[in-house]
Design a protein around this ligand. Structure first.
Ligand code: AMP
Ligand code: GLY
Length: 416
């Protein structure tokens, strides 16, 4: 296979490593990639949203399969565009990626198919939304409808916070046009976890559960981020929780998308909350999660390229997707100030690390041969082991050997 991977973060580094491992991979390209990815793939410059540039590269490099990892090009229709040239694509068409691309769509979809989720109202008129937040129960959750790098969700504890969040989203356009419509929903309490599934447009194959840490600071304080650390399996995992999740959420979602004429191919991401009243959907994504992928893919025993082919061909039920039994764990090192303003270009030094540690690069680049910071989330430090506690100890003792100016990371991943 001659594969092009689209994206350039930690998630893509983990995907690139899994694809590069396969004897079926003849050549691996990545656009735009990053410093870490360039060690396992040939990087091609360009924007993930420049579809014509990508289509041209596919022709020039004789690529047969494109793996689209990030949300923007998926919802923007990159798969639709490349399929016009008969290119094999791993990832949903935009008609299916809307499950992530519009929260208003996904809430309506869940209501229609009786999939448990937080109660909600949708508004595209500021005055009506304002009126609603003056009387809704607190805390309340205000979400920009569209894609906002995982940052378009504000949890408001007080009436005043709710007013500010609404202003920020709808009037100040802090998340651009993503905030033209807002979903205001019930605040749920419980234990959050993530479930990912490979889908081939007909059936699905579940991956191990995982748990992300979305808040920037220790103790789940501070603003929401793309994710500051993760581990697998999630603490809530039990046969009973899984059975309920599959029956009440996964099956109706996959079948509902088929019924809507939007069959899903690729990775479907279920952001879930185990509440006192059962498991509920917090959000859907139409792709692998970041940093969940960095803990999930190292546990995959089956060749990822065969799964990619099976998802594209609709033959997923013919293969056995196998996983290691153990645990997997990661901590994200971010630039100071993330998820707000950050400075790029600081040199990164990495000491002699234990063999058990694997680093996936997020925002990194080479500048005159020196590895430097190049984004909000910089590195993802991962390991595998028998227990989460063992993994946690390993990562936190090794992470001290990695340094760059103003680096930040959470010290409580996997404790709660
Ligand atoms: P989302 O982008 O929709 O996943 O939201 C980001 C984060 O906000 C989630 O991972 C949750 O931690 C939190 N969140 C979102 N919706 C709710 C809700 N209805 N109740 C409680 N927390 C929520
Ligand atoms: N870690 C959350 C996400 O990828 O959306």
């Amino acid at each position: 296979m001659r594969i092009l991977l689209i994206g350039g973060g930690g998630r893509e580094h983990a995907i690139a490593c899994a694809l590069a491992r396969s004897p079926r991979t003849e050549k691996l390209y990545c656009l735009p990639g990053n410093a870490g990815i360039s060690e396992v793939a040939e990087c091609i410059e360009g924007s993930v949203m420049d579809f014509e540039h990508i289509a041209k590269a596919v022709k020039e490099k004789n690529i047969d399969t494109v793996f689209v990892a990030p949300d923007d090009p998926l919802y923007g229709g990159l798969v639709n565009r490349l399929e016009r040239d008969n290119v094999r694509c791993f990832g949903p068409r935009k008609e299916a990626a809307i499950i992530e691309g519009s929260k208003a769509f996904s809430k309506e979809f869940m209501t229609k198919y009786n999939i448990p989720t937080a109660l909600y109202r949708t508004f595209d008129n500021y005055d009506e939304a304002k009126k609603y937040i003056e009387e809704c129960p607190l805390p309340t959750v205000i979400k920009a409808d569209g894609l906002a790098l995982g940052k378009g969700v504000i949890i408001a504890e007080t009436r005043d916070d709710a007013r500010k969040a609404l202003e920020k989203t709808m009037l100040d356009k802090a998340f651009g046009n993503a905030g033209n419509t807002v979903v205001i929903e019930e605040f749920l309490t419980g234990k959050e976890f993530t479930l990912l599934a490979f889908c081939d447009g007909k059936s699905f194959s579940l991956m191990p559960t995982s748990q992300d840490h979305k808040r920037a600071y220790d103790g789940d304080k501070g603003p929401n981020t793309g994710g500051m650390g993760a581990f697998s399996p999630a603490f809530v995992y039990s046969e009973e929780v899984m059975k309920e999740t599959v029956e009440r959420i996964v099956v109706p979602t996959v079948n509902g998308l088929i019924a809507e004429g939007r069959p899903f191919k690729g990775v479907l991401y279920f952001g879930l909350m185990a509440t006192e009243n059962g498991v509920k959907v917090i959000e859907y994504n139409a792709r692998f999660g970041d940093p969940e992928t960095q803990v999930i893919l190292p546990l995959l025993k089956t060749d990822l390229t065969s799964i990619v082919d099976a998802c594209i061909d609709g033959t997923l039920s013919d293969i056995d997707v196998e996983w290691e039994d153990g645990c997997s764990f990661c901590v994200v090192m971010a630039s100071g100030g993330y998820p707000g303003k950050i400075v790029k270009g600081y040199p990164i030094t990495i000491g002699d690390l234990s063999e058990d540690i694997k680093i996936y690069h997020s925002g990194t680049a080479f500048k005159d041969g020196q590895l430097v910071t190049n984004g909000g989330r910089v590195l993802c430090v991962t390991t595998k082991g028998k227990t989460i506690a063992e993994c946690r100890e390993k990562v936190y003792s090794e992470i001290e050997k990695i340094s760059f100016k103003d680096s930040e990371y959470r010290r409580d991943i996997g404790i709660k």
